[in-house]
Design a protein around this ligand. Structure first.
Ligand SMILES: Cc1ncc(COP(=O)(O)O)c(C=O)c1O
Length: 391
C-alpha cells in the first residue's frame, strides 16, 4: 500500500548526519547555520535565560489565537521596521519560525493567483522546496557572478535584467540581509533600484528576514532593505525568524508582517491557511521574545549579545583570511568582504570532498558557516582547506 521510491534527504541535514556518524576525533562541522560560541557550543543568550526566569512556572499553556500573540506581534513589527515607522497599513501573523512564515506567504501567493516565484541563484535550498510545495513554479534570478567566486560581487546588471523580465503578478523572494549562502547583500542604492523595479513590474515581494542583527551586528541597521520597501508604499510581506538572532532554533518562533491597504484581509486569509495546517502557533518561544523585547533592560542585553555574536563571526572571518593567505599565498579577501553567518569560500565540489575526507564538513557549494569556526578549530580548518585548494 505505502509504496514509494526513496525520497532524497535534505542536503544540510544529510551533511549533519554524515558529520555525526564520522568517528574521527578531529571532525569539524561548518555545515549547519546555527551559532556556536568560541568553544564550539550552542549558546543560550543570557537575556533569554532571564526571560525564562521571568516567565517561570506561571506560563500558561493555553492555546494562542490563530494569528498568535498580539503583543509579541506588535514588538516584532517595531523591531522589523524600526521605531517610529508608520505601521498603519501593517497587520501580522505569528509563524513557525522563518520557514513557517515563508510557507504561509507562498500559500497566500498561490491563493492570489500567482503562478511562479523566483529566488536568487544561489539561495537557501528550502526556498525551492517551499515554493514547489505551495503548488507554484520555481525559478531563479541572477545574484552573484558564479564564474568568479573569489570576487564576490552582486551581478547587479543581470539581477535587474532578470527582475525586468518577470511578469506582473509573479512572486520574488529577496533576502533582507545576511544573504545565505553568499554573505553578499545589495548596497543601499541597489536596494532602491530593486524596490523601484519590483513596484513598476507589479511583483509580489516576500522579504525573507532570517538574519536581522547578523549582517552588521545591529538589528536596526539590518532593517535597511525593509525600510526601503516600507517607504515605497508598495504591498509586500516580511517573514521574520527569531531562530538565529535569539538562539531560539528549536522553539519555532517567527512572524509575517503584511504591508498593504488590505493587510487585514490578507492576514485573515493567512489565518485560514494556518488553521488548516497547524491550527495555532506554539507559545513558549513568542513568550520569550515578547519578554525580552518588552523590557528595556533585556532588550539592551539582547542588542549587545547579538553584537557579540556578530563580532565573534567577524573576527573569525579575519582569522580565516589571514591563515589561508599565509598557507596558500593567494588572496582570501572575499572572506572578510562577505557579511553575516556564511562564507561562500569559492571551493569547488571536488575541493569540498577533499575537505570531507579530512573530516572537515561544509556544503557541496563550498559554503561554510563561519559561526562554526572558533579559535580551537581554526588552524585545522585552514590547514585542510589550504591543502585541498593546493592539490
Ligand atoms: C535564508 C533563510 N531563510 C529562512 C530560514 C528559516 O529558518 P527558520 O525556519 O529556522 O527560522 C533560513 C534558515 O537557515 C535561511 O537561511
Amino acid at each position: 500500500m505505502f509504496s514509494l521510491p526513496p525520497t532524497p534527504e535534505d542536503p544540510v541535514f544529510a551533511l549533519n548526519r554524515l558529520f555525526t556518524s564520522d568517528p574521527s576525533p578531529l571532525k569539524i562541522s561548518c555545515g549547519i547555520g546555527a551559532y556556536r560560541d568560541n568553544s564550539g557550543n550552542p549558546t543560550v543568550l543570557s537575556c533569554v535565560k532571564k526571560a525564562k526566569e521571568i516567565i517561570g512556572a506561571e506560563s500558561q499553556n493555553e492555546y494562542l489565537p490563530i494569528a498568535g500573540d498580539a503583543e509579541f506581534l506588535r514588538l516584532s513589527r517595531e523591531l522589523c521596521f524600526g521605531d517610529g515607522s508608520d505601521l498603519s497599513n501593517v497587520e501580522s501573523i505569528q509563524s513557525l519560525s522563518g520557514t513557517g512564515g515563508l510557507y504561509l506567504s507562498l500559500k497566500l501567493l498561490k491563493k492570489l493567483g500567482c503562478k511562479k516565484v523566483y529566488a536568487s541563484n544561489p539561495t537557501w535550498g528550502n526556498h525551492k522546496s517551499l515554493t514547489l510545495n505551495a503548488g507554484l513554479e520555481y525559478s531563479t534570478y541572477t545574484y552573484l557572478d558564479l564564474s568568479n567566486l573569489k570576487t564576490p560581487e552582486i551581478d547587479f546588471k543581470n539581477l535587474i535584467q532578470d527582475l525586468e523580465g518577470m511578469q506582473k503578478g509573479e512572486g520574488v523572494i529577496l533576502q533582507a540581509c545576511g544573504h545565505n549562502p553568499t554573505g553578499v547583500d545589495p548596497s543601499e542604492g541597489e536596494w532602491e533600484e530593486i524596490v523601484e523595479v519590483c513596484g513598476r513590474k507589479g511583483l509580489y515581494v516576500i522579504l525573507d528576514n532570517a538574519y536581522q542583527g547578523f549582517a552588521s551586528g545591529s538589528p536596526s541597521s539590518d532593517s535597511l532593505s525593509i525600510r526601503k520597501f516600507l517607504s515605497s508604499s508598495l504591498d509586500f510581506l516580511v517573514c521574520c525568524s527569531y531562530a538565529k538572532n535569539f538562539g531560539l532554533y528549536g522553539q519555532r518562533v517567527g512572524a509575517v508582517h503584511v504591508v498593504s491597504s488590505e493587510s487585514k484581509n490578507v492576514v485573515d486569509a493567512m489565518k485560514q491557511i494556518a488553521r488548516a495546517t497547524y491550527s495555532n502557533p506554539p507559545k513558549y518561544g513568542s513568550d520569550i521574545v515578547k519578554t525580552v523585547l518588552g523590557s528595556s533592560e533585556l532588550r539592551e542585553d539582547w542588542i549587545s549579545e547579538v553584537g557579540e555574536m556578530s563580532s565573534r563571526i567577524k573576527s573569525m572571518r579575519l582569522a580565516i583570511r589571514e591563515k589561508l593567505e599565509e598557507k596558500t599565498g593567494t588572496s582570501w579577501k572575499h572572506v572578510t568582504d562577505q557579511i553575516g553567518m556564511f562564507s561562500y569560500t569559492g571551493l569547488s565540489k571536488e575541493q569540498v570532498m577533499k575537505c570531507r575526507e579530512e573530516s572537515v564538513y561544509m556544503l557541496d557549494s563550498g559554503r561554510i558557516s563561519v559561526a562554526g569556526v572558533n579559535e580551537g578549530n581554526l588552524e585545522r580548518i585552514c590547514e585542510v582547506i589550504g591543502k585541498a585548494v593546493e592539490e
